[in-house]
Design a protein around this ligand. Structure first.
Ligand SMILES: NC(=O)c1ccc[n+]([C@@H]2O[C@H](COP(=O)([O-])OP(=O)(O)OC[C@H]3O[C@@H](n4cnc5c(N)ncnc54)[C@H](OP(=O)(O)O)[C@@H]3O)[C@@H](O)[C@H]2O)c1
Length: 386
């Protein structure tokens, strides 16, 4: 079988590329890559393999230069005769930013870009499956502290915390306008963070927030709010298996579910002992986030109840250099605080029934494998492009 993959240079897409390349039933993997030339695209794909020392097969991995936001992407893809034999498409590419500044680009890439791919895919004679990587968070912000099942989404009345999840929902709803139902497979990962193997994760996406929690130590979020987190290697294994097994459903959560969920308290306590020089993690009511902003502006008369955490405030003064840097971190962390406090867990019984994988390890168990990497993450970079 021949496969077309988008997003192969990304966090999940890279892991998928390596996992899929190990399957002998997949003959060729054509990857849509943003680049100025085929040579540059090739180098970007080789880098994905080099990162973990994975075996790269040049005859199997073939770059196709293209950009989802190019209006002529459909005709570019049509012009590649070698792509006429595609049997499987895995659409992982997306603009995953939570930043409001990127809203127009997010819509262009995640909605118009998907449309470009679908317009090409609909005419492929040998296409068996179009796998759309969605996100479990398309359920929106109205459902709180609940185990959510696949059939509860998409709900076009859902309210979204960020444009990204809205566009992923619209994308999912668009699929059936272009393709017959039997060709559509939707997987909805929950939150993908780090790698459960003792390897540097392919990206610090999401993990930068744990690095920021570890840095700040005084955090305005409910520590017991349940969070559904999975490692990227588990996500890639599960998605690859689903693509190739006999399935009972056409939509699956790729998630930790009830048994493997975690919370901020469990994750931070787990890493705390590796950094004995820092003060213990202290979680405070979300309302104090405002007082923290006043502190960052030097408005000490407005910090109210925050004053009693003087040990942490002194620590902040010693690490931040300039108090105002806290505002940069908070601007990036804010949507993550919102997501954490939703307390959403995504039921994974469909997945566990249809693939032969064990339950994922909870984040507070596997995260110690990423400890070394945690300290090298540039949290300001993460905060500027959350
Ligand atoms: N990470 C999570 O926690 C999570 C959770 C649920 C669902 N998902 C879904 O999983 C998928 C992969 O996410 P990820 O974490 O791997 O994201 P990522 O690390 O940000 O990677 C995004 C990928 O999309 C590509 N891309 C972005 N804009 C593009 C464009 N205009 N044209 C072509 N390619 C473009 C990027 O290419 P460049 O390298 O050129 O930028 C990169 O390969 C997404 O569909 C996302 O919605 C992720």
């Amino acid at each position: 079988m021949n496969l077309f993959l988008t997003g192969a240079t990304g966090f999940l897409g890279g892991e998928l590329l390596v996992t899929l390349s190990k399957r002998s039933d997949i003959k060729k993997i054509y990857c849509l890559v943003r680049a100025k030339s085929v040579d540059e695209a090739n180098k970007r794909l080789i880098h994905v393999f080099d990162l973990h020392g994975d075996f790269y097969q040049p005859e199997k991995i073939i770059p196709i230069v293209g950009n989802l936001s190019d209006d002529d992407l459909t005709s570019t893809l049509n012009s590649h005769k070698e792509l006429h034999s595609i049997n499987l498409i895995v659409h992982s590419a997306a603009n995953t930013s939570f930043s409001k500044n990127c809203d127009d680009l997010i819509k262009k890439v995640n909605i118009n870009g998907l449309e470009n791919i679908l317009n090409w895919a609909k005419d492929l004679k040998h296409l068996n499956t179009f796998l759309y990587i969605g996100t479990a968070t398309i359920c929106g912000k109205d459902i709180k502290n609940k185990v959510i099942r696949e059939e509860e989404s998409p709900n076009s009345n859902a309210h979204h915390l960020v444009t990204y999840t809205y566009t992923k929902m619209i994308g999912e709803m668009m699929l059936s306008k272009y393709l017959p139902e039997e060709k559509i497979l939707v997987v909805r990962p929950s939150i993908i963070m780090g790698d459960s193997k003792n390897k540097i994760p392919r990206s610090s996406v999401i993990l930068w927030t744990l690095a920021a929690f570890n840095y700040l130590r005084l955090i305005p979020v409910n520590p017991l709010s349940k969070i559904d987190i999975i490692p990227v290697d588990y996500a890639a294994e599960a998605i690859t298996d689903l693509l190739l097994v006999k399935r009972n459903y056409d939509v699956y959560h790729i998630s930790a579910g009830v048994d493997s969920s975690t919370n901020s308290e469990l994750c931070t306590r787990k890493i705390e002992s590796y950094f004995p020089e820092k003060p213990a993690h202290q979680f405070v009511n979300r309302k104090l986030a405002n007082n923290m902003r006043f502190w960052a502006k030097g408005r000490m008369e407005d910090i109210g109840e925050l004053a009693k955490y003087d040990k942490h405030l002194h620590y902040w003064e010693s690490i931040l250099g300039e108090k105002s840097r806290l505002r940069i971190l908070f601007a990036g962390l804010e949507p993550y605080f919102d997501f954490i406090e939703l307390g959403q867990i995504f039921d994974n019984s469909r997945l566990l029934h249809d693939v032969s994988l064990p339950k994922p390890k909870p984040a507070h168990e596997y995260i110690i494998n990423n400890i070394e990497f945690l300290e090298s993450i540039d949290i300001y970079e993460g905060a500027l492009d959350p």
